[in-house]
Design a protein around this ligand. Sequence first.
Ligand code: DGL
Length: 319
Amino acid sequence: MAENSDLTKFQNAPLSTGVSKQQLTIGLFDSGVGGLSVLSRLAACAVPARYIYFADTGRCPYGNRDAAEIGQFVEEIVGFLSDFKIDALVMACNTSAALARGHAEAAVGSSVKLYDLIAPTCKSLSRSRFSSIGVMATFGTVNSQAFSKGLRGFGYEGDIREVACPRLVPIIESGKLPEHNAMCDLEGALREYLTKLAGMEAIVLGCTHFPFVAPQIERLISEDAQMAKLFPAGLTLIDPATCLVDDIFPGLNEMAKSQPVDLSLPAFKYFTTGTVRDFERTAVSCVGRIGGCREVSIADISNYHLKPLDRFSAFSVVL
Ligand code: DGL
């Protein structure tokens, strides 16, 4: 594996080392529900932790925004989450990580470990058997070539093809996925993107929203002969959150990574810059019921004053 200063800074020590507290507090953020795909993977691990999730739904999607704007959003959100005395911060939004990781590094305190999904995924895939790897992601992530650069940086020599998939986030965020019209839109979009990725052996779901449509991708390829022909060697979908889990909580066996999860327990707190009603409705279509969600207006992110109800001490945390 090639080492360079860019990549080594991403290689954090596992979260379990150097943290003396028994229970970790982990902050995550995304433009919307996408990061819930990451939260549910982390929460399924047998590690005592509590989680604060920030969804910037009021400014979603991030995928077409420029780096300076995303950098400003990231600084605001990191400041907000830092007030919770977090031990770790997960950039559960690949667009933010690709375009504004430096802003998060500057805004997060030195005692907080910072994680994203791009480096652990590239590191893990660079050791894989795949001779070609496709990436489905937002415009911002694809244009930054964060995954290509990461894979090459870790020594991967196979083919890489990155494809922007801007139609998927609005469909997922609509919360209408189980409905017929949304499913038709989704299928049309997936056909377009998968055609561009024909021949790849693995596809990285490089936007945290996309694992929520992995079943539809798998169904399309297994049930439609034309689509199946595009991937003669078969296709493996990669959810980067699985790579993050191994990075953040190393050494867990499969059973310890797949505990039952109830994201409505008091160990989970959610904030949205949209409306609680919309966020909860969309979340249900992705991960089931969540609870304890509060609204933060965009203007208030930087000077939000924690209310007693926001503090974990107000709850008995049971995992
Ligand atoms: N889920 C985010 C990502 O991983 C952002 C998607 C968006 O808002 O466009 O890139």
